[in-house]
Ligand binder design. Structure first.
Ligand SMILES: [Mg+2]
Length: 176
């Protein structure tokens, strides 16, 4: 039996970056990381020497994710750097990742810049896409262009994934 794909965004679902600065959510550790995409972005906008990015990660979430009946895939702007910077801090092994056609780009039809690549990458397999930036237009486009079950799973970036979300993800995979 082939498992459904769990396409994982980092910033938002795993790193609740939008929580108030002084209120790191319970269970999370603070990491200061300097991935290439962040250094490039800062160089482009400020020209200054890149400062590391503060990333909050909950080390219990790696085992939680590995325990779900899915094949895990990084679907994040971190791309391959999720494997070097994020996965090890969560206890995750190296995972496949989606290489974006147009990182942080603008879609002509107002879709998220990941949406078309997500559907192409999934290639007809059932998937759940966990992300904090999804909109109804992405859900509708996926429903029209992806022939298998798919769930767009929106996570509030002030909160990140919660225990109840892991329960919901498990239930979806069992029903799919
Ligand atoms: Mg995000």
């Amino acid at each position: 039996m082939t498992l459904p794909l769990l396409l994982l965004d980092v910033d938002g679902p795993l790193n609740p970056y939008a929580a108030p600065k002084t209120r790191r959510p319970e269970g999370y550790d603070t990491h200061r990381l300097l991935p290439t995409w962040w250094a490039d972005r800062q160089a482009r906008y400020s020209g200054a020497r890149a400062k590391p990015l503060r990333v909050w990660l909950n080390p219990a979430y790696g085992p939680e994710l590995l325990g779900l009946p899915y094949e895990l895939v990084w679907a994040t702007g971190w791309m391959g750097e999720a494997n070097t910077h994020i996965g090890p801090n969560l206890g995750l092994p190296e995972l496949p990742y989606i290489q974006w056609t147009d990182l942080f780009g603008e879609d002509p039809d107002g879709l998220h810049w990941k949406t078309r690549d997500v559907v192409a990458w999934a290639d007809g397999r059932p998937f759940v896409w966990v992300d904090d930036e999804l909109g109804p237009q992405d859900t509708a486009w996926i429903a029209a262009h992806h022939p298998a079950p798919a769930l767009t799973f929106h996570v509030n970036p002030r909160i990140g994934l919660l225990a109840a979300d892991f329960v919901a993800l498990r239930e979806w995979a069992v029903a799919a």
